[in-house]
Design a binder for this molecule. Structure first.
Ligand SMILES: [Zn+2]
Length: 452
């Protein structure tokens, strides 16, 4: 893909520079609030207010820390009924090893083809694209009939407890109910979906849950020359091995069945025929999906032992050993059922098993809502020739706090990425092409015009 292809959309330098300036604010989220540089968030606030004067004159904006909740009142809205709640987040993840980057991660470099920097995709491009679309609509004299709400969190990457959680609470208190809730998550991929030649837009309609379970074993210590039958390390290792060997069962959920059904016509044989009878051939379909880690995540609650430590010295018996196991929970399971599964599989009262840190439940009943087809249509208009399907976000997004505030939930952005591009998100050399940024702005503008 080149920036000089006349068929590709693009953005002018002024628009690219506004995004780049936002990327120069190092609004990095850390688990420990003391590590966060609030001055960088202040700089981003000033940049947004300076760059989008009509938005900041015509919309009301309530602040929640550095989180921003905008209301664009509709001319005909009543009883808290809103057209859409558009979510995005202004914080980014830290950079691990800036020396691997083509341009420094917070330099905000713009070239012929790309805008470079941490946050270029996740998620400042969405913040700025929404604001560009609203600013453009205001300049064109467009006023929505029905209210549009913009909610930009400042702590999504550390679970959104002071941003999204409070903004959602405020909307709930004021009785807001929207047709559409739109957040980050799915994109349009090329060369990623096995056996499909056209770009695939995965409009996520919910998310998997998240829980980290800690296993702890305490030993008596002593000299390793007289260890007894097993040490704390051995006992813990056995518990971890049991969890790894006995994952939660494979299941074809309604949302995965819907995903496959929508993609079926784009597939060759024999998959197309197999999927035609997926409801009755579920075990075969599930086995095929389970064969690769990327698709296995669609059909089970995944088990990932991620951290293990214990002991201090090779000839000293360990007094304590612990391991962390991360689960991504499929709808139908829950944090509680995962915990019960761990206790049942480990079967050892000497191992303490508990959920630690922030956990979140999966979306209760994810499915394509009434506004899904509109999003699919606008995506197809923005990027012609795509296949559109549904999916689940593998991790937690701010949208989970807003569940129940809208009839339709979608996690989606119409940007076209290949597998190398996907690795840049949270990775090295994050960047967005001018073409993709143009698509994002167009998509948001069309959404405002059609829905509001
Ligand atoms: Zn994000």
């Amino acid at each position: 893909m080149t920036g000089t292809d006349p068929a590709e959309p693009t953005v002018d330098d002024a628009i690219a520079e506004r995004l780049a300036a936002a990327l120069r604010c190092a609004t990095v989220s850390f688990e420990d609030p003391a590590d966060i540089d609030l001055g960088e968030f202040d700089r981003l606030t000033e940049h947004l207010e300076r760059s989008f004067p009509l938005v900041h004159r015509e919309l009301t904006c309530e602040r929640f820390g550095h989180g921003r909740l905008y209301r664009w009142d509709g001319t005909e809205s009543a009883n808290g009924r809103a057209a859409a709640i558009l979510l995005a987040h202004m914080d980014v993840v830290p950079v691990d090893g800036a020396q691997g980057w083509t341009h420094p991660p917070f330099a905000g470099v713009v070239d012929e083809e790309f805008i470079w920097g941490r946050g270029a995709i996740d998620d400042k491009s969405r913040v700025l694209a929404i604001l560009e679309a609203v600013e453009g609509a205001l300049a064109a004299g467009i006023r929505p009939r029905r209210t549009v709400i913009l909610a930009f969190g400042h702590d999504e990457e550390v679970f959104g407890e002071t941003g999204a959680a409070r903004m959602a609470e405020r909307l709930r208190e004021s009785g807001v109910r929207a047709d559409l809730l739109l957040d980050e998550g799915g994109v349009i991929t090329t060369g990623v979906a096995d056996g499909i030649d056209v770009p695939v837009a995965t409009i996520m309609v919910g998310e998997k849950g998240f829980a980290t379970v800690r296993l702890t074993v305490s030993g008596v210590g002593g000299h390793s020359s007289m260890p007894g039958r097993q040490t704390a390390v051995g006992r813990l290792a056995r518990a971890v091995a049991r969890l790894q060997d006995r994952p939660l069962p494979l299941r074809l959920t309604p949302v995965t069945l819907d995903m496959l059904t929508r993609l079926r016509t784009f597939m060759g044989e024999p998959r197309r025929s197999l999927l035609g009878v997926a409801r009755v051939a579920a075990p075969a379909v599930v086995r095929i999906l389970a064969a690769r880690p990327q698709t296995e995540a669609l059909v089970r609650t995944t088990t990932a032992p991620t951290v293990i430590h214990g002991g201090v010295k090779a000839n000293v018996l360990p007094q304590r050993a612990e391991a962390y196991v991360n689960f991504r929970i499929l709808p139908g399971d829950s944090v509680q059922t995962v915990l019960a599964h761990c206790r049942r599989v480990v079967r050892d009262e000497g191992v303490t098993i508990e959920v630690v840190g922030t956990a979140s439940e999966p979306t209760p009943d994810p499915s394509a809502g009434p506004a899904f087809d509109l999003i699919a249509d606008i995506a197809t208009e923005t990027v012609p020739g795509i296949a559109v399907t549904v999916g689940l976000v593998p991790g937690a997004t701010d949208a989970r706090y807003y569940d129940g505030l809208a009839d339709t939930r979608c996690n989606f952005a119409p940007i076209v990425l290949d597998s190398a591009d996907l690795e840049r998100i949270h990775g090295t050399d994050e960047r967005i092409s001018r073409a993709n940024y143009a698509r994002l702005i167009t998509f948001n503008r069309l959404l405002i015009e059609r829905l509001a």
